[in-house]
Design a protein around this ligand. Sequence first.
Ligand SMILES: [Zn+2]
Length: 306
Amino acid sequence: MIKKDIFNKDVKEQFKASAKDRLYRFIMADRTIKGAVVHSTRMVNEMRANHELGPLETLVLGQGYIAASLLCSGLKDKNDRVSMSIQCSGPIKGLDVESNMFGEVRGYLKVPKIEVKHPEKIKYLSTLYGAGFLTIRKYLDNAPTPYSGQVALEHGSIAEDLANYFLISEQIPTGFTLSVFFDDKEDVKGAGGIFLQALPGADPSKVNEAEKMIQNIDSLGELFAKGYTPEEIIHKEFLKLEPQFLNNSRIEFFCRCSKNKMKGYLKTLPKEEKKDMMQNGPFPIEVRCHHCNSVYHFSENDLQVL
Ligand SMILES: [Zn+2]
């Protein structure tokens, strides 16, 4: 992956920002509701820089990245990964995001620019999704085939449609909040999300209470921008359910693509295509990874091995 430097080589700032980007797992209501909270301001800013996104695109894909970072909270084995894909008829068109056991998140919008006539008039993102589907795929080490489930979009909100997915497809009451907070200059100052899930035997009234609490959190991104930590926010918002933190782990915008891997991909192209490429170039040949928008350049010399 070739990551754009958003810290202008300021290593101290970079270190501070990456130390904050973490996923915290907790449990509450007598261990009957599990949860995760993610601080991901750096991840969303790096995603925005690499994919060269405007504010609207950053909001939509940012929510997708935050959702993906929460979805990986339950992965256990080193090759486990989970993906979420949305296909829709509205101007957003769709997105693809995925995360793995190591908290590495990558993904892209189906269109680089969401075409809306009057972006300043958009009150609700839901109008930009239209009809469509949300698909979850889990690739688990201990399962012979990937698991896949799909629901129709009903809300036009990743948080609500994802919650609906878990209810319909996996019969588990689940709640999400996904938040990207912009300042007046349209810079992302805080980003993160919360995920709650009822465990077997959970008291429905407690689950209801938790659902109400998660909906009442104004803007998690803004709270992060003000300097509140994930633990402080969870303890305050869910006080009555007595949350207990279990552990935390790294979250990062990261893709495992490399020039070598891309070369491997070029090798698998049909013979005719390779011949055409070697004869007509134009060199250097550009190969782009759609997950992270890294661009790899190949000279004529690089490609002699094909
Ligand atoms: Zn990549």
